[in-house]
Design a protein around this ligand. Structure first.
Ligand SMILES: Cc1cc2nc3c(=O)[nH]c(=O)nc-3n(C[C@H](O)[C@H](O)[C@H](O)COP(=O)(O)OP(=O)(O)OC[C@H]3O[C@@H](n4cnc5c(N)ncnc54)[C@H](O)[C@@H]3O)c2cc1C
Length: 402
């Protein structure tokens, strides 16, 4: 009989795991807490080995076709004049704008269709309790269902509640002293295909990014230690942001006005998830639930796709779930640890508090973007990682087709 696997969380990591497990012939159930498929989210990058996983899934071309069309990143002053800029091609696609820039919701949708073809996806449900014995994990769901599984994959993102249940007190979060609000606003004729980034004093920045849906993706960023903002309701978060950005120029008044009516408002108080282990018996963490790097690393989605593929591959190779989890951890730890090695000074450098700091940042970026120095800048932006060896895993053609 096919081994039974439960995946919790139907976003990038969970859907990739479900796709591969389905291809390998597992009997897969996905539960997602949200009532329906979650479309939201803004620009995410897929790089290096993440692209290779999408290629093996036959989805790389489709992901490129669904790209945001962002052509580069420009730092602008209060009058919209460009202080420095990098075009996507300047740094071999490894700069702030990667070659594969896609909206999170578009990537998740791309994964959802083939994943749900060979996994049962249940929305509006989640894990209430997990008990493990020698043969299986017994899961009690919020819906009242109870079922037994050979393995449970937790792909619930940075705030995973199942992680806290199964690994109580084991996460030692590293706060990055940065809060970002993401939301979609109407597009205007001034919005071009660049990611336009305006720094204001007191560690604040406003940025606008293009999408392919005829709207514009706005971000409000605040560099400061966390003050519990992630626990506030959206009305309180918006009032707080309105007060914080009230005196900022450039496009800030327009962005604040549009924030009132936006349909997808998402506030991230950036913190890394730091776990000494990613599995406890038959329960195993992946994606942001296991190792959230934060968007500062530009590699979170790549890690989610790669980790899910590696975990499924190891489950297909090993006779025992515990052996698969150990091999998965050996394959992914080096890449994750290097990705998490982000100096906390970076948010402060990119979001200066004084006018002088902003002038220095723009000056440094202008120098780095000069054609002769782009090679050096490329090395700064493009970090190289010890990537897992995907050739260990069958490409899944033997299983049911996508
Ligand atoms: C709506 C949304 C918008 C996002 N927007 C951005 C963005 O603009 N920029 C950016 O860099 N990153 C964004 N992210 C995060 C980004 O998707 C991840 O950093 C990365 O892709 C890794 O994905 P993941 O699948 O590990 O986690 P996530 O993408 O965070 O997905 C976790 C999934 O698990 C579900 N879930 C949570 N708890 C439970 C539970 N107890 N039971 C069942 N399901 C549960 C969530 O609803 C979600 O669908 C967003 C995530 C979401 C969910």
């Amino acid at each position: 009989m096919a081994r039974q696997v439960l995946v919790t969380g139907a976003s990038v990591a969970g859907l990739t795991a479900a796709w591969w497990l389905g291809r390998y012939g597992f009997d897969v159930t996905v539960v997602e807490r949200a009532a329906g498929f979650r479309e939201g989210g803004q620009n995410i990058d897929v790089r290096g080995v993440g692209r290779a996983v999408l290629r093996r899934m036959g989805l790389e071309r489709a992901a490129l076709d669904r790209g945001t069309g962002e052509e580069g990143t420009a730092w602008v002053d209060a009058r919209g004049r460009v202080a420095a800029q990098f075009k996507a091609g300047d740094l071999d696609g490894d700069g702030p704008t990667a070659e594969m820039e896609i909206l999170r919701g578009d990537l998740a949708r791309l994964l959802y269709a083939p994943a749900s073809a060979h996994a049962a996806v249940r929305f509006g449900d989640g894990v209430e309790r997990i008990e493990q014995d020698a043969d299986a994990a017994t899961v009690a769901f919020a819906s009242g269902r109870v079922a037994r599984y050979d393995a449970v994959i937790v792909a619930e993102g940075v705030g995973s509640s199942t992680r806290e249940r199964v690994f109580p007190g084991e996460n030692a979060p590293r706060w990055m002293d940065l809060t970002i609000a993401y939301f979609t606003i109407p597009r205007t004729a001034r919005d071009d295909r660049m990611w336009r980034w305006h720094n204001a004093t007191r560690g604040r920045s406003v940025s606008l990014r293009p999408d392919r849906h005829g709207t514009t993706r706005a971000m409000l960023t605040l560099q400061r230690p966390p003050g519990g903002e992630d626990g506030w309701d959206p009305a309180r978060q918006k009032a707080f942001l309105r007060a914080q950005f009230a005196d900022v120029g450039w496009e800030a008044p327009r962005v604040l006005a549009a924030m009132a009516d936006t349909e997808d408002f998402y506030v991230d108080v950036l913190r890394q998830v730091r776990m000494r282990r990613w599995s406890n018996g038959r329960v195993v963490l992946t994606g942001d639930a296991a190792w959230c790097v934060t968007p500062l690393g530009g590699i979170g989605t790549t890690l989610a796709i790669t980790g899910a593929c590696v975990l499924a591959g190891e489950l297909a190779r090993a006779a025992a779930v515990e052996d698969a989890c150990a091999a998965y951890e050996r394959a992914m730890r080096p890449m994750v640890e290097q990705a998490q090695d982000l100096p906390k000074i970076i948010p402060r450098l990119m979001n200066p508090h004084s006018r002088l700091g902003i002038r220095l940042l723009h000056g440094a970026l202008r120098v780095a973007s000069a054609p002769r120095l782009r090679g050096l800048a490329g090395r700064l932006f493009a970090r190289r990682f010890p990537e897992p060896d995907l050739s260990r895993y069958p490409d899944g053609r033997a299983g049911p087709s996508a």
